[in-house]
Design a protein around this ligand. Structure first.
Ligand SMILES: [Zn+2]
Ligand SMILES: [Zn+2]
Length: 265
């Protein structure tokens, strides 16, 4: 029989063996800046790159979470952006972890083309911290990812949103429903120039699968990047039409957009 103390060397050996295996998988270094990773890491990115992700900081629109150029004036309450004053979005609330630029943008591209599960888990934890810090985002009843078109999914082999949304749902102890929504039209190949074209491209592109039920549920809708909000909007409208009580959008990053005039609300 082993005493705990005598087990220690074996545990240490197993740990270093596991570390060695990890460094076999990622031998070269940080996948973003090439700096040599000095010790084995589950995430193949260095601390400097991870720490450089720029978080979305207030002031933000209290509805869509878009960063605003100036805070609301005292007594005006929380600010709302022009889009939300016009009631543009079909979701009730949207939030993002960081700004889509620099190392964060490149890390998200990595997630899309290389199935790095630990990086997905890293982002799931950042999103978990975010939803726990904002009482308006919890509780939710179900987590739903923005789906890929079936052909893109076949070509790529996985939906990158699954890599963080599934872990987030597990941590929140709510069901994960990756096949509730369906993308009926593929994403257009050509780079879209205007915001209007982006909106046009996704309008009505998402539908509920037959038999999918969201009656009276609060849905947490996950995507990797929010640009104009058109994709989250189109998914939210399909979910609301199917009976969802509310839809809360959550993305890893948000593309910086030109400053939008603010009005207090
Ligand atoms: Zn790095
Ligand atoms: Zn807004």
């Amino acid at each position: 029989m082993f005493l705990p103390a005598s087990r220690l060397p074996l545990v240490r050996w197993l740990e270093s063996f596991a570390g060695a295996l990890t460094s076999v998988v990622f031998p070269a270094g940080c996948l973003l800046c090439d700096v040599l990773l000095t010790h084995a890491r589950r995430i193949p990115l260095c601390e400097t790159c991870l720490a450089s992700f720029q978080k979305i900081a207030p002031p933000i629109c209290r509805i869509c979470g878009q960063p605003l150029p100036v805070p609301a004036k005292p007594g005006e309450g929380e600010a709302v952006c022009r889009d939300c004053v016009e009631g543009k979005f079909g979701f009730q609330l949207a939030r993002s972890f960081g700004v889509y630029e620099g190392a964060l943008a490149r890390a998200i591209v990595l997630l899309k083309y290389e199935r790095i599960e630990p990086l997905g888990s890293f982002f799931a934890m950042r999103l978990l911290e975010l939803v726990r810090s904002d009482p308006r985002l919890l509780p939710v009843d179900v987590v739903v990812p923005v789906p890929l078109h079936s052909q893109s999914r076949k070509d790529r082999g996985y939906n990158q949103v699954d890599l963080f949304a599934r872990t987030l749902a597990r941590r929140l102890k709510v069901p994960y429903r990756p096949i509730l929504l369906m993308r009926s039209r593929p994403r257009p190949e050509k780079h879209l120039l205007s915001q209007e074209e982006r909106w046009e491209a996704v309008r009505g592109a998402f539908v509920m699968r037959r038999g999918g039920r969201v009656d009276n549920l609060r849905v947490l809708l996950l995507d990797d990047v929010m640009t104009t909000g058109a994709t989250l909007d189109a998914c939210a409208r399909a979910l609301r039409e199917a009976g969802a009580r509310s839809v809360l959008g959550l993305t890893i990053a948000r593309a910086a957009r030109p400053a939008i005039p603010v009005s207090g609300a």
